[in-house]
Design a protein around this ligand. Structure first.
Ligand code: CMC
Length: 372
């Protein structure tokens, strides 16, 4: 048995949800370029869960179901106030809150298809409410109830900021949510599938996935990118900053990918959005610094930017606290995680690979008082 480090190139499952072929990403056969330009996030959720785009009636029904399920149990909301608010990372709160939601869902352990679909709606709807409520509570503000007349993207922004976002903001948020919705067998999606393949419940699967997304090599990279842009401060400092990091053999967050070679097809959309939004907010330096980082880094290493690079300046321009960037990613990716969880249940087999053993050979037990 020979191990494949990081499971690179290993095909671990079949899936009908999303595919990456020749650096093109599709959701159920639709190019993400097409979906990003034309669809709403709710249409994409429907597509991922049902493998077809919705009719008008189906879309309306999904929107209503999401709007009706956004409110959080009081117990979960109250628990936020008991956390060390200044120190705790919102991803840790999200992970804990999703686990807690499982305690308050009477169908948590009901495993039939209908119950699982209902739980998928409940969880997808509550994810933005968790992020928004915590973002406000830690600032001493009261959480804001969702509005039934707003779509998913608008409601999410409204619940965080307390004011209705304008059309450009909603469009950007909608696009960002679509671009992050699914991504084949990425680390967090694999985690979710491994978890539920034991026939564990949906809440456990999403809790596990959030834990995997949190790391800086995965979803946590977008927050690290913003930290780097802030440290750099000006386009003039880019060259020395990047070269210094590379000399120290440090990674530059937001670049590189396990699967893409020519480039991440999501990055170009976010780059365009970053340019537009930073101009609107009067802070074009975030875009300018980012472009310069891309120029300098890729001239040293041929690794193109990934989804997390330009999403940092996009989310900053939309006014989000920097540690909310990864939770926002999670809100979107929940749609993909849930699609994969439902698919896993449909044709389940325990996921249990092997390890290539590299420890000592067979030994005999030495009694405690004879050990040196
Ligand atoms: N900066 C500098 N060097 C890099 C980078 C980077 N961002 N990414 C890869 N490399 C180098 C790495 O040092 C290694 O060099 P060498 O062969 O000389 O040791 C080589 O490229 C291969 O890297 P690797 O880490 O073995 O590649 P991987 O396929 O295991 O990792 C990755 C993929 C995305 C984890 C990695 O490129 C990385 O750490 N990037 C920075 C973190 C990041 O942006 N993560 C977001 C990923 S995309 C969205 C998501 O999933 O959330």
């Amino acid at each position: 048995m020979t191990a494949t480090r990081g499971l690179e190139g290993v095909v671990a499952t079949t899936s009908s949800i999303s595919s990456i072929i020749d650096d093109t990403l599709t959701y159920v056969g639709y190019n993400i370029d097409d979906l990003t330009e034309n669809a709403s996030f709710e249409e994409v959720i429907y597509l991922l869960w049902h493998l077809e785009l919705p009719t008008k009636e189906q879309l309306q029904q999904l929107k209503e179901e999401l709007a009706e399920n956004m409110e959080l149990p009081q117990e979960v909301l109250a628990s936020f106030k008991t956390y060390p608010l200044e120190k705790v990372h919102p991803m840790a709160v999200l992970r804990t809150a999703v686990s807690a939601l499982g305690i308050f869902d009477e169908d948590a352990e009901v495993m039939d298809k209908e119950a699982n679909y209902k739980k998928a709606i409940r969880l997808q709807a509550k994810m933005p409410a968790i992020v928004a409520a915590f973002a406000r509570i830690r600032k001493g503000l009261e959480p804001i109830a969702p509005r039934k007349d707003l779509g998913f993207a608008a409601n999410f922004m409204y619940m965080i900021k307390g004011e209705e976002p304008d059309e450009i903001e909603v469009e950007a948020m909608n696009k960002a949510l679509i671009l992050h919705a699914d991504h084949e067998l990425n680390a967090s999606t694999f985690t979710a599938r491994v978890c539920v393949a034991t026939l564990s419940d949906i809440y456990s699967g999403i809790t596990a996935a959030i834990g995997a997304l949190k790391g800086p090599l995965h979803g946590g990279a977008n927050e690290q990118v913003m930290k780097m842009l802030t440290e750099i401060g000006s386009a003039d400092n880019v060259e020395s900053y990047i070269k210094d990091k590379l000399e120290k053999k440090e990674k530059i967050m937001g670049f590189g990918h396990r699967v893409y070679r020519k480039g991440d097809p999501r990055a170009k959309h976010l780059k365009e959005m970053s340019k537009k939004l930073t101009e609107i907010t009067g802070e074009p330096e975030w875009y300018n610094i980012s472009v310069k980082v891309e120029e300098v880094f890729t001239s040293e290493k041929p690794l193109p930017p990934n989804v997390d690079f330009y999403s940092a300046s996009v989310y900053h321009s939309l006014g989000f606290d920097h540690d909310l960037f990864t939770p926002i990613f999670a809100v979107s990716r929940t749609s993909g995680w849930l699609a994969h969880i439902l698919e896993q249940y449909e044709n389940n087999r325990l996921i249990r690979p092997r390890a290539e053993y590299t420890g000592p050979g067979m030994r005999s037990y030495i009694p405690l008082d004879e050990r040196k």
